[in-house]
Design a protein around this ligand. Structure first.
Ligand SMILES: [Zn+2]
Length: 498
């Protein structure tokens, strides 16, 4: 049976991609310098427009006329953090089941239609949203809209299709989490960091709860959340607003509004009081690492300028090869193979600020942890300089232009932000808000949020090593061979960062 395997790999890719594509490690990867011509093209970028169908579906159009292709993304405002306690994994399970048949199309018809025209498709589930997308030649966009609109209301779920797919998600969990000590540690860190929020529960679900997920659970979730008034349709590509409006009305416009999910009120975190540590030792670990995750506000929950300040603070502290952490640990002290920091701010509820490091050569994990902590303490104590802030703003600006250059990443940025409480106007004004951040605001954010009592430190060790003081990069590993990778050791999570 190739179909479940294909879905499995698509699903694996999907969850991993949500973190990898948009993690700062990705955003900070070496980027080609943009030419003047590219900057001018960027300035002439067509305007992003939006309208709402009568059934409540918000439609956002991102024109991009460089090639005759289109990206369709449907974002449902529901993710794993909306799940009922005890039914973890149902959001992701339903994502898989959405590839089963409907009243009008047999299982596989939609996917076959996409591949027959050389298109690409995927889907992904996160804490705050679930999204489905296809990238196709623009002539096939309406056909894709028809398929996507159809599965918004006509999904057919029987035990015959639901139960085998449950084995697929259990296998996905085994491959992605249970066989990966780094993923197990991330899961344990999240569970320790979030003491009340559902962000402490893995997107894929806890195994013992996944094993009990039923057809009724899937249908209840589908009927409650998969309604046009709980979704956003993003169309990026060689289209105009009027073309999209006409096609959307003929397809999605016929889907009935079948539920009122209402406001999303989920359990919130209390003020953290105790520093926590989580250690995982496993014989499969080849590269020891340490990460510290701080509970911070998200773009949605932050006070004005706080999220932007945290973005810039992460860049100055640990964004790439010019950052303080990299210069101190990799260049000056030569003790780390990789180190960095990033802010994960695209979330409906709280966000996270992370630092990480991996030892190199003879250096111990304890040395790396102390050196990371020393840099954090220094930035809290002494603050950042105006020159550092200016350079960080420049890098953020360049990263945004680079992101806007890619149709799919633009659609992802808008979809994720719109699904986590932001408006188009807020997304559009983000560069201006970054520009307005002051040194004092960055320093205030560092003092307020980079406190150990707000954090969980996770340590990943080879099983044979008794204490972190003895943990070294093993012989033959890239670190031992002297390879330096600014992104090594960056934790990948199920959530996104744009
Ligand atoms: Zn999956």
């Amino acid at each position: 049976m190739t179909f479940p395997l294909r879905r499995l790999s698509a699903g694996c890719l999907a969850i991993a991609m949500a973190g990898a594509m948009l993690s700062p490690a990705f955003a900070q990867a070496p980027q080609p310098a943009k030419s003047q011509a590219a900057a001018e093209a960027e300035a002439k970028r067509p305007k992003i427009e939006s309208f709402t169908l009568e059934n409540g579906l918000q439609v956002v159009v991102l024109p991009d006329h460089r090639a005759p292709i289109a990206t369709q993304m449907v974002w449902y405002k529901v993710g794993s953090a909306d799940e009922t306690p005890g039914v973890s994994g149902i959001a992701h399970f339903l994502e898989h089941l959405m590839f089963k048949g409907t009243k009008t199309h047999k299982e596989g018809e939609f996917s076959n239609a996409v591949s027959a025209i050389g298109g690409e498709e995927n889907a992904f589930t996160s804490y705050d949203y679930t999204a489905y997308y296809q990238q196709v030649p623009v002539e096939q966009l309406k056909e894709m809209m028809g398929f996507e609109a159809d599965r918004m209301e006509n999904l057919v779920l029987t035990d015959e299709v639901v139960l085998p797919e449950r084995d697929v998600i259990l296998e996905e969990r085994r491959m992605r989490i249970d066989n990966d000590p780094g993923a197990q540690l991330s899961e344990a860190v999240d569970a320790a960091l979030f003491q009340n929020s559902h962000y402490g529960i893995p997107v894929i679900g806890w195994r013992h709860e996944m094993e009990k997920l039923s057809r009724d659970d899937a249908i209840a979730f589908y009927n409650k959340y998969y309604t046009p008034n709980n979704a956003t349709l993003l169309v990026a590509g060689d289209v105009t607003l009027d073309q999209v409006r006409a096609m959307a009305e003929e397809t999605f416009g016929k889907v009935k509004r079948r539920a009122e999910p209402g406001e999303r009120h989920r359990p919130q975190e209390p003020e953290p009081r105790a520093e926590r540590t989580v250690t995982l030792s496993d014989p499969r670990v080849t590269q020891p690492s340490v990460q510290t995750t701080y509970l911070v506000p998200s773009e949605n929950t932050a006070k004005p300028s706080e999220a932007e300040s945290l973005d810039l603070l992460a860049d100055i502290l640990g964004g790439g090869a010019t950052s303080r952490l990299y210069r101190a640990l990799v260049v000056d002290q030569g003790i780390a193979a990789g180190t960095g920091a990033y802010y994960q701010g695209t979330a409906l509820d709280d966000g996270q600020f992370m630092t990480y490091g991996t030892p190199r050569g003879e250096a111990t994990l304890e040395q790396v942890e102390k050196a990371v902590d020393a840099e954090v303490a220094k930035i809290v104590r002494e603050g950042v300089t105006p020159a550092e802030l200016e350079a960080a703003k420049n890098r953020v600006r360049k990263a945004l232009i680079y992101q806007r250059d890619n149709q799919a990443s633009m659609a992802r940025r808008y979809g994720a932000a719109l699904s986590t409480g932001q408006t188009i106007a807020e997304i559009e004004s983000w560069p201006d808000r970054i520009e307005a951040v002051t040194v004092d605001q960055v320093n205030a954010a560092a003092r307020t949020y980079l406190q150990k009592k707000r954090s969980v430190t996770g340590t990943l060790l080879p099983a044979s090593v008794e204490s972190s003081a003895e943990a070294k990069a093993p012989d033959g590993s890239p670190a031992a061979a002297g390879a330096v990778d600014p992104t090594a050791g960056a934790p990948v999570s199920g959530d996104t960062r744009s």
